[in-house]
Design a protein around this ligand. Structure first.
Ligand SMILES: O=P(O)(O)O[C@H]1O[C@H](CO)[C@@H](O)[C@H]1O
Ligand SMILES: O=c1cc[nH]c(=O)[nH]1
Length: 238
């Protein structure tokens, strides 16, 4: 029962899917963290794998960049493959001095300049929030591992390269409590709400939009792996 964007057969996906933006990161997660992982889809090279973690079936699949790309994959996974929980593991840029490169963020909510959730809700604002149980499990997993995490809201932007005025906008987002910017979380929380699934986003701060510090490739790998361990702890608890 392939969909236009996923070539897997019915039953190929676990009901919990961990989703990075980058499909090669999905392959890395499957190779490093899942047991008996097998590739289940590769349409457009948006790679997806299913294996087990601590005996529980878990899938991992890339979702691409931006809300439109994520929305296609999340919709098809939920509607056609019975996926019930999606955990995004992504990167983000910090927009305030107290948030540092390498920090891991449990994104409990997201503001956005995207219109997609208003399209869903007849022009009204949608509360783009994480599933509370998943967020709590992520925080508890971090405490158990003695791994500090930041818990709070982020801003989901449609543009990676912003027009003039980005600095001032980021200052407003920061003043209103948001920790970082990225490009999918508000869409993820909207699409899972629309189709009755649950979701959470964990983010690693890969670069700092004030200091312009950025993770090196090897630091990126290590910090991402620490975030993925938390995502797997949450997945195993479902
Ligand atoms: O690292 P990922 O998960 O792709 O997330 C961030 O990186 C991409 C931009 O470089 C956007 O998708 C943004 O949300
Ligand atoms: O979307 C993103 C991701 C990482 N860093 C940014 O500045 N933006």
């Amino acid at each position: 029962m392939p969909t236009p964007h996923i070539s897997a057969a019915r039953g190929d996906f676990a009901d919990v899917v961990i989703m990075p933006g980058d499909p090669l990161r999905a392959r890395h997660i499957s190779q490093r963290f899942l047991q008996d992982a097998r590739e289940v889809t590769s349409v457009r090279n948006m790679l997806g794998y299913t294996g087990t973690h601590k005996g529980r079936p878990v899938s991992v699949m890339g979702h691409g960049m931006g809300i439109p790309s994520l929305s296609i994959y999340a919709t098809e996974l939920i509607r056609e493959y019975g996926v019930r929980v999606i955990i995004r593991v992504g990167s983000c840029g910090a927009i305030r001095p107290d948030v540092k490169v390498r920090d891991i963020i449990v994104a409990t909510a997201a503001g956005t300049d995207s219109q997609v959730n208003r399209l869903r809700l007849g022009g009204h604002d949608f509360p783009a929030v994480a599933d509370f149980a998943l967020a709590r499990q992520a925080v508890e997993a971090a405490e158990k591992r003695q791994r500090p995490v930041r818990v709070g809201s982020v801003f989901t932007s449609d543009l990676f390269y912003s027009p003039p005025g980005e600095k001032e906008k980021n200052e407003v987002y920061a003043r209103m409590g948001m920790l970082a910017v990225e490009m999918e979380v508000a869409g993820l929380y909207g699409v899972t709400a629309e189709f009755g699934a649950r979701s959470l986003a964990l983010l690693t701060v890969s670069d700092h939009l004030i200091t312009h510090e950025a993770l090196s490739a090897s630091e990126r790998q290590t910090t991402f792996d620490e975030m993925i361990e938390l995502a797997l702890d949450v997945a195993a608890a479902q």
